[in-house]
Design a binder for this molecule. Sequence first.
Ligand code: 3H9
Length: 694
Amino acid sequence: MAAQVHYRTDGDVAVLTIDNPPVNAASHAVRSGIVDGLHRANGDASVNAIVLIGGGRTFIAGADIREFGQTLPPPHFPDVIDALEGSAKPVVAALHGTALGGGLEFALACHYRVALAGTKLGLPEVNLGLLPGAGGTQRLPRIVGPSKALEMILSGKPLGADEALKLGLVQQVTGQDLSAAAVAFARARAATGGPHPRARDLTDKVRGVDRALFAQVREQNARKWAGRIAELRIVECVEAACFKPTFDEGSAVERDLFVELRNSPQSKALRYAFFAEREAAKIPGLPDDLKPRSISSAAVIGAGTMGGGIAMCFANAGIPVQILDASQPALDAGMARVRDNYATSVARGSMPQARADAALELITTATRYEDIGHADVVVEAVFEDLAVKHEVFRTLDRVMKPGALLASNTSTLDVDAIASATHRPQDVIGTHFFSPANVMKLQENVRGEATSPETIARAMQLAKTIGKVPVLAGNCHGFIGNRILYVYGRECDFLLEEGATPWQIDRALQGFGFPMGLYLMRDLAGLDVGWRVRKGREAARDKSLRYSPVADRICELGRFGQKTGAGYYRYEGRKATPDPEIEKLIESVAAELGVTRRAVTDEEIVTRVLTSMANEGARILGEGIAIRASDIDVTYLYGYGFPRHQGGPMFWAEQQGLDRVLETVKRYEAEQGVLWAPAPLLVERAKAGKGWAA
Ligand code: 3H9
């Protein structure tokens, strides 16, 4: 294997350059290279100091996550840390790009740190269900104090070089040649003759700390962290840094807890989610040399909540965007909503005023289609009705410049039918955003029969440009996300008739980790839209299949959810209260249908919901609507609030064992009938005894 760390000297300074693209992950070869390089430099009398630097676009972005679970020979992380910290000659970490996780921990074990302006430094392990396990929880509090260390490690958010300088995390920030600056810095420090500082020896900031700090952090976050373990272990480690008599005793706590987390199902799920997200962006079959044209102007049709939210996504990414609607009053109302959204972000502290102002400046309005014809992309976000969409796309076909990306924000409709209204179906694609569009990360791109590879690549790239996570779906009713939502919503509705209550189902789903239960979500979104759609399709409904009329009955009472003060729940403002009237309504529907109500357990609710999701997911996968099982998971993680530490419905099924899941499906089929017919792919994969991958 080619060396992943190169050794050179610059006068009396040895420079170790890491060469493990793309992010210089600290693989076994990198660890070995660093230890060997340190050994060589310390053994060379002509070398007075050592610089550790990343080649390419970044310093080390962390441990090589793919190595977790493998048994590898030394050197392990602690060996590298000991070699850096124990080096008789001063070691300077030269940071650029992203110094993250184990990478930053290596840097903290060096005697000094120099950073290029713009470098990001952070410990994002928590996002993978881990804690910084190479001394980060012990050294960082010694440098920046326990409060700041907790903030950094618990949020996982990196900070910039300037803030790092203020905090004493780096000693110098340079805007020039990083390597030259680090070499000069190292040379100057070597000339002082030492001793050279070691973070482990610092005690000021970790002695005399008030223990209440830790109790407070635990208490403040108890709800947010419910069911998650990494955050709690991180607090334990930082507490150990402050209260264990020695650095080594604190480190031992860190080591044990890191191993516990590394082996936990939660971390396994979160690591899976990390790679699943990156995998979803890769579309098999697209030509390797396809470089989609970039997008520098946009238009959105429809000034409703969705249209406004989508326009904000463009503006937030610095792309000028026009919102088109038929009337000025509709545009005024839409813009007022957009301005309110920005004001809320500023008030919450999630966006500085200047950024909100700059984004707002990029949003303009139009009432005439002719005025948007020059845009590189247009996203239609009008009423979910095929005839209305046809009309819009006929007009877009007439006015948009050749090669413009024509996107529809449809959440269920046939993309081919929409494209058929144009003479350029190759340029048409679904880009399904999720409400609120300026917040939710998923962009479910839906390819039609005629959608060109260029259009697919462009839509995937667009998502990245505007900060979304893209998944590519095939064209069917509801695509990936809503098709599964329909199935599990149906099962929840049946469970209501069979004996559950909306609040029990919500509690069970929240217990599993969903931020919001199904019925709270429906009440928030508004019940009338679905009702209208159901009424429109009533004639075509297969009357031989079980159907729950509970949702329709609730709408017939004029209860459309939060906005009418009542839906499944009763509301005072946003506060939801269980409503006995709804329980009575459910009981009477069950009696009418001859369904005997019984006690339903929370466990049964979770199993039935997840099993129905996995079975429908298998159907979607088998039909080629999703490219990979993990794409279904990414859809659910980013579009539907599926708890990330559970990995997604397909990951969940694989962890259960597909044979067990199939057994459950068959049990429900025997009980419930044809709606639970096992997906052929589930049967096939369960028999093969492997996971979803063929
Ligand atoms: C840790 O350090 C534990 C220690 O505390 C203790 C040890 C004892 N490993 O995201 P991108 C791949 S835990 C392996 O598209 P970007 C990634 O899969 C780690 N592979 O680029 C992708 O591969 P592909 C703590 C990794 O520019 C390619 O690199 N560190 C790793 O948008 C490009 O990635 C973290 O959690 C890795 N660590 O973003 C940082 N990182 O091309 C995780 C990336 O085959 N990484 N890859 O699809 C990131 O946050 C982003 O990748 C980064 C670059 C911001 C660095």
